[in-house]
Design a protein around this ligand. Sequence first.
Ligand SMILES: [Ca+2]
Ligand SMILES: [Ca+2]
Ligand SMILES: [Ca+2]
Length: 472
Amino acid sequence: MAAAVVAVMLVSACGGPAAPPEESKGETDTGARSPNPPAASLGPAPAMRVVVSGLDHPWDLNWGPDNFLWVGEKEGKRITRVNPADGAKSVAVTIPDVAPGDGQQGLLGFAFADRAVFVAYSYGTPPAQMHGKIVKFAYDKAAGTLSNPTEVISNLPASEDHNSGRLLVGPDGKLYYSIGDQGNNQFDRACQPIRAQDLPTEAQVTAKDWSTYVGKTLRLNQDGTVPPDNPVIKGVRSHVFTYGHRNPQGLAFGPGGKLYSDEHGPKSDDEINLLKAGKNYGWPFVAGFKDSQSYQYANWSAASGCAGLDYDDYEVPPSVPRGPREVDWSAPDYTEPLKTLYTVPTGQNFQDKACGENLDLCWPSIAPSSLEYSPADRAPNPQLANALLATSLKNGSLYVLKLSQNGDWAQGDVVQLFRTRNRYRDVVVSPDRTKVYIATDSEGLAGPGSGSQSGALDNPGSVLEFTLTVPR
Ligand SMILES: [Ca+2]
Ligand SMILES: [Ca+2]
Ligand SMILES: [Ca+2]
C-alpha cells in the first residue's frame, strides 16, 4: 500500500468525566464528546502509514517470530501474514469451521508458542448451537504456514455478544483465555441470567461441563488440562483463573509476569484490571469502583414474566429486581480495578440527544478492545515506558496508562494518542520499539471522539503504522 502520510492528533485525556463509553450491545460504543482538553501531547504528531487494507474484520494482531505481522481475520476465517515493509500478504491458515456471522463470534485470539500457534475460535451454528474452542497448529516457519490442528479444549461458551476471546501464552507457558458474560441480561438476551459469579462444581469439571466459564479468565495447560497450581475457588480447582468479568477483550502480561486485562463497562466504567489468581472482579454487582455511582445491578432475567417485558437500556420497570447497591455488596475476594474509563457521578445524562440515534456513542466509555504492554526498556518515549496500551473502538485512539515500577498501580491519568476516524481493534509494538501497529475494524460505528458519528471510517479493515522515535 502506498505510504499515505496523515496528520494524527495527539490528545491527552485528563481526568474527570471524559470520554465515552463502552460497549453496549455489540461493540458500537464509543466516543465521547470529549471534554478532554488537548493537553500533554507527546510532541509532534508521528507519521501514519497504511500498511495493508482489505482485511476481513481483523481482530488479533501479533508480531511473528518471522518478523512479519500476523493478523487473524474474524470473519475471513483465516490468519494472514503481512510484510510490514510493503504490506504483501500471504495466508498462513484458513479455518473453515469457524462459525459464521457478524456478531462477536468468529476467529478470535491466537498466540505463538514454541513451533506452534494456539488459535481460539467459535464453531457451530449461532446462536444456540455455537461454542468456543482452542486449537493448536504446528507452525512451519520456513513455509510461513500453520497445519495439523489438534484440539486443546472445546465446548466452551460462545455468544454473538460479549464473547471476549483474547488468548495469550504466558511467561509460565500456560494459556490464558478470556470469555465474556455473553451479553446476557440485556437486549435480545435480557431473560438469560449473567453467570459471571457462578463457579463450576467438582462434578462439572469432571464432566467437562464448561458452562460456568462465562465472565471468566481461564488458565490452561497447553494440552487443555487444568494446571495443578490453578487457584482453588470455593473449594474447586478448575480452569478458572479470575471471575466476575463483563467483556474482557484485552489481556497483556506486564512487569514480573503480572497479568492485566481491560473490559467494557455497562455505560460508564470501562475497567483496566490487574488479574490475580482466584480473585473476583465484581460484575454484575459492581461496575468500575465499588462506589454506587451511576450503576446498580438490575436483574431482568429474574423478573417474573421477563419474556413479556420490553427491554429498555435506560428505564427499569418495577417488576425487574434491583441488586444491592454496590457499596452494600461484598465478597471476600473482590478486587477493585486499577483504572476506570470513566467513572461519572450519579445523575449523568446517558441520553444526550445531541448524539443522534446512537446514544451509546456519547456515553462516558471508550470501548476498550485490546491491551498491550510497553516495557521501559528502549521505550520510544518516556510516556510509553512501563505502560499499558488500550485500543478504543469508539474513539479511534490508543490510550496509554503508565504503571508504577512494580506494576501494582496505575500512575496518573491516561494519554490519548493517534486519533483517527476509525475503530481500533488491536495493537502491537515492534520489537525494536520504533513502530506501533494498529488493526482497525472493517465496519461499525465510531463516535464523535474519533471525529465521526456517522459510522464513516477512513481505513476499514487495515493495519496502520505509527512511527515513534526511540531516544538515544
Ligand atoms: Ca494481539
Ligand atoms: Ca470490576
Ligand atoms: Ca461503580
